[in-house]
Design a binder for this molecule. Structure first.
Ligand code: PHE
Ligand code: ZN
Length: 897
């Protein structure tokens, strides 16, 4: 906690560390109250002249320091709140530090902490310094040997990275385990876990012929919920072997589920620690969406073993080097898994469904970030607190930047670039430039005269570029020219720069198709071939392309499969959007056209929005009807196409932002569509119920899509005519055989206003799942987002015995869900005051979590005046608090700048 302003750290100030740590031996006397750490480092200076040795350490108690076996006295070193400085004369020496830390008092969940009865560590980004003094930076890589000692009854399992070397019983009921990690690593990848767990395991033979043990550890009693996670892990190993040629390089790979965890999961070498929400699943307690999320997070952490661990980051500005790349890899993994489990016809749309979900996530979280006070390039230039830069920009936009390189190079070229990257950098801590250099080597070899110099600007430019499209059709010559112009407005700090920042053009791969006025694809010339989709290389501010043999004025299908993270501007007529929604052969662009039509309609309902292009309701109903009755479309795809754009996505497009009007307009349209298409919803509901009843539950994409569409139909029916259809929802709830059905009906029920039905359903849900924390999180989240929930409801839920701020999942379920996703409930003076109060309360417990909640109204300046003033008051209240963490203060100061 601090009151002064934290220093800003700049990317350009990077200096290599002056020492090497050749080996690290750690010995832990584990105890939840006080743990003692003895750290023995084999150190070597890199330069010729003596320089101070600066080690990071926070919240630690120093016991002793020895150099080459002789104790240092207090005059031999300097101890500050965040560093320990020594003044070594010799070039190489052994340093031994003994210190203590207090796991039980650690509510930040960084460093060594207690969760349930077990001990866990979290070291990324800068948590290792809460365990012992060390050069806590990713470019210092060392070989770790770890000895863990603890009470044998309380902590029968003692885990760390790498291979188990020995296990020994000690005196006083204690025991010891020694682990050795053969791969040098930065300390952020260190982990230990001590506790009493159940374990599910399997032995596999890797493609290289190595025997490996895969294990999933969980709390006692949860073993039945780990089968899916273990399958996902094995599939991840296989996929990385097959698609990237990257083998498992360990004898043993462990995943441990933790109840208390700040993020999704952590890729510690050979010992991944997971938020239990991304491990545990069975049909009765997990939804299809959770099964899918588990697959993707397990893949993600496993893929880090190469992209992150074997090749790591030089400094934290390079975070996207590992995160963007690994998100791209997990997205491809999920898409491949989905496609593989479906018949070929469905496989195409399965990939599109995954793409739609990823783009929706990008637009929900990253686009607003890139337009607000926290806007930063995927490789940030500066930060105060690195914990604040685990952002949608670094992760999701970072993945889009990798995906564009994949598009430019093609699968084969991209894989060649990956091989080059590993050949050059295996075992090193490198930069984003090193990655692009590897890709560029392949790109230049394959595209004589071209290079990726313009493309690289994606790494240094913040803001979502806009691509304006204009079309010129020459009827006489039957030719059509397309002009693309790009621009990127100043964002965040750039807005205050004088002179204004120059934003040079980016290299944007822009996928384009043309449809005839009747909706048939027009073949486009591509060299000597023709194609439906052409990827244009936009590298300048404005460029034009001319296409021949285009008889009528075409309808363009733009940015197919979302080929770049940009906003497209083109003045479609409404009937052209309707045509695309019906006929576009690119499933992503087809989905997009329907969504755009609905967005236009909804924004026009918000009075202050100036619109002259709103479609008639009839056109929207007709389009939804056509989509809903198109039996060539998969259920999963339909479930995306028929859902209206979310409140948050609409809010982002609404100028000025008027949350209450958005909520009202969206609900009204849902009701209209519910009534107008009643017959279609009913028949989908019936047919899908029959189909699903024929087979038992499996978390596969086919069934998941059917359940999603069935829930979507139910929700339209109930929203349209609650009196008539609420019973159907209740019936589904009571007869549900899995959590997806149960949650689908329950969320529909709680959004209505029949208090008795709601209370009855919620009570039955609670008593059924009382002992399952992950399901009780759902129970809180559902109420947090229910239409009737206001600040008073949330306050009273906070007094429920099951509520606690100390468990991040619980805080996210109630507080975050309310503040971020209940626009109706939170957007009021009382809502903002409540938010400010909770940010402060959380900050005293866990700054990382508090800082995330603190971002809820980042874009407050975009709001209509009444909202804006009230949010500003709340922001200032937080800012005025005497003891803000560095995390929260960076966020709030930037928001108010
Ligand atoms: N490196 C983790 C991941 O993306 C995320 C993480 C960051 C987890 C910081 C914990 C703390 O896989
Ligand atoms: Zn990651």
């Amino acid at each position: 906690m601090r009151t002064d302003t934290a220093p800003t750290i700049y990317r350009h100030d990077y200096q290599p560390y002056a020492y090497r740590v050749k080996s690290t031996r750690l010995c832990f006397e584990l105890d939840e109250n006080v743990t003692t750490v003895v750290s023995t480092l084999d150190i070597e200076r890199t330069g010729t002249t003596p320089v101070p040795l600066i080690l990071n350490g926070e919240h630690l108690e120093l016991i002793s320091i020895e150099v080459n076996g002789s104790p240092l006295s207090e005059n031999d070193y300097r101890l500050d709140t965040e560093t320990l400085t020594l003044f070594p004369e010799s070039t190489s020496f052994s340093l031994q530090i003994t210190n203590r830390c207090k796991p039980i008092d650690n509510s930040s969940l960084m460093g060594l902490y207690v969760s349930g009865k077990s001990l866990f560590t979290q070291c990324e980004a800068e948590g290792f310094r809460r365990i012992t003094w060390f050069p806590d930076r990713p470019d210092v890589m060392s070989r770790f040997t770890v000895t863990l000692r603890a009470d044998a009854k309380r902590y029968p399992l003692l885990l760390s990275n790498g291979n188990l070397i020995s296990q020994t019983d000690l005196a006083n009921g204690r025991h010891e385990a020694v682990w050795e990690d053969p791969h040098p690593k930065p300390c952020y990848l260190f982990a230990l876990v001590a506790g009493d767990f159940d374990c599910r395991e399997t032995r596999i033979k890797t493609a290289e012929g190595r025997e490996a043990l895969l294990q999933v550890y969980c709390d006692k009693g949860d073993l039945g919920k780990t089968a899916w996670a273990l399958q996902c892990l094995e599939r991840s190993v296989r996929w990385d072997e097959q698609r990237f040629g990257l083998p498992l390089d360990l004898d043993r790979f462990m995943i441990v589920a933790a109840r208390d965890f700040n993020m999704g999961a952590m890729e510690n070498k050979g010992l991944n620690v997971f938020n239990s929400a991304y491990v545990l699943a069975d049909p009765d307690t997990a939804t299809d969406a959770s099964y899918e999320a588990i697959e993707s997070v397990i893949g993600h952490e496993y893929f880090h073993n190469w992209t992150g661990n074997r090749v790591t980051c030089r400094d934290w500005f390079q975070l996207s080097l590992k995160e963007g790349l690994t998100v791209f890899r997990d997205q491809e993994f999920s898409a491949d898994m989905m496609a593989a489990s479906l018949p070929e016809k469905e496989a195409v749309s399965a990939r599109a469904v995954k793409r739609i979900d990823d783009v929706v996530a990008l637009r929900t979280a990253q686009f607003p970030e890139d337009a607000g006070p926290m806007a930063h390039p995927i490789r940030p230039e500066s930060y105060q607190e690195i914990g604040n830069f685990y952002t949608a920009t670094v992760y999701e936009k970072g993945a889009e930047v990798i995906r564009m390189q994949h598009t430019l190079l093609g699968e084969e070229g991209f894989q060649a670039g990956m091989q080059t990257y590993f050949r050059r950098h295996d075992g090193q801590a490198v930069t984003c430039d090193d990655f692009v250099d590897a890709m560029d080597t392949v790109y230049r070899a394959r595209n004589p005269g071209k290079d990726m110099s313009v493309f690289r600007r994606w790494y240094s430019q913040a803001g979502t570029p806009r691509v304006n499209v204009s079309i010129n059709h020459d009827a006489a010559n039957q030719s059509c020219s397309i002009t693309l112009s790009q621009r990127c407005e100043p964002v965040g700090v750039e807005k205050r720069r004088n002179p204004p920042v120059e934003k040079p053009p980016l290299h944007i791969p822009f996928a384009l198709g043309l449809l005839s006025p009747e909706g048939t694809p027009i073949p486009l010339q591509n060299g000597s071939d023709t194609t439906d989709t052409l990827v244009l290389d936009l590298t300048e501010h404005t460029q034009s392309w001319t296409f021949k043999n285009v008889p009528g004025r075409p309808v363009p299908s733009l940015l197919r499969h979302f080929s770049a993270p940009v906003i497209v501007e083109y003045d479609y007529r409404n009937d052209e959007l309707a045509l695309l929604a019906r006929f576009d052969t690119d499933p992503f662009a087809r989905w997009e056209a329907g969504q755009e039509l609905a967005t236009r309609y909804l924004l026009a309902q918000v009075s202050e929005n100036i619109t002259n292009n709103a479609p008639e309701l009839a056109l929207l109903v007709e389009t939804w009807q056509t989509l809903a009755s198109d039996d060539t479309l998969s259920a999963a795809y339909l479930a995306r196409a028929l859902v209206l754009p979310s409140e948050r996505i609409l809010l982002e497009k609404c100028k000025p932002a008027d949350p209450q009007a958005i909520v009202a307009a969206r609900n009204a349209l849902r009701a209209e569509l519910g009534i107008a298409l009643q017959d279609i919803w009913q028949s989908h509901y019936q047919n899908l119920s029959e189909t699903l009843n024929k087979s038992s539950y499996a978390p596969n994409p086919l069934q998941a899509g059917q359940r999603a569409l069935r829930n979507c139909a139910l929700s339209y029916l109930v929203t349209g005519q609650p009196q008539k259809y609420l019973d159907l929802a209740v019936k589904q709830y009571e007869g549900a055989t899995n959590m997806t059905e149960r949650m689908g009906s329950l969320s529909t029920i709680v959004h209505q206003d029949s208090v008795q039905t709601i209370q009855k359903a919620l009570a039955s849900f609670y008593s059924r799942y009382e002992n399952n924390p992950l399901v009780i999180d759902r129970w809180f989240a559902l109420q947090a987002t229910a239409a009737s929930t206001d600040v008073d409801t949330v306050r009273s839920l906070m007094t429920h015995p099951a509520f606690t701020m100390r468990n991040p999942n619980r805080a996210r379920a109630l507080l975050f869900q309310f503040c971020l996703n209940n626009l109706k409930g939170v957007h009021s003076q009382a809502g903002y005051a409540f938010w400010a109060e909770q940010v402060l309360a959380l900050d005293a417990i866990n700054p990382e979590i508090a800082a995330r909640l603190a971002r809820a109204f980042d874009n407050w300046r975009r709001f209509a005046p009444a909202y804006r003033d009230a949010i500003e008051t709340a922001l200032k209240k937080i800012q005025a608090h005497p003891t803000l963490s560095r995390n929260v203060s960076e966020i709030i100061n930037k928001a108010l700048e």
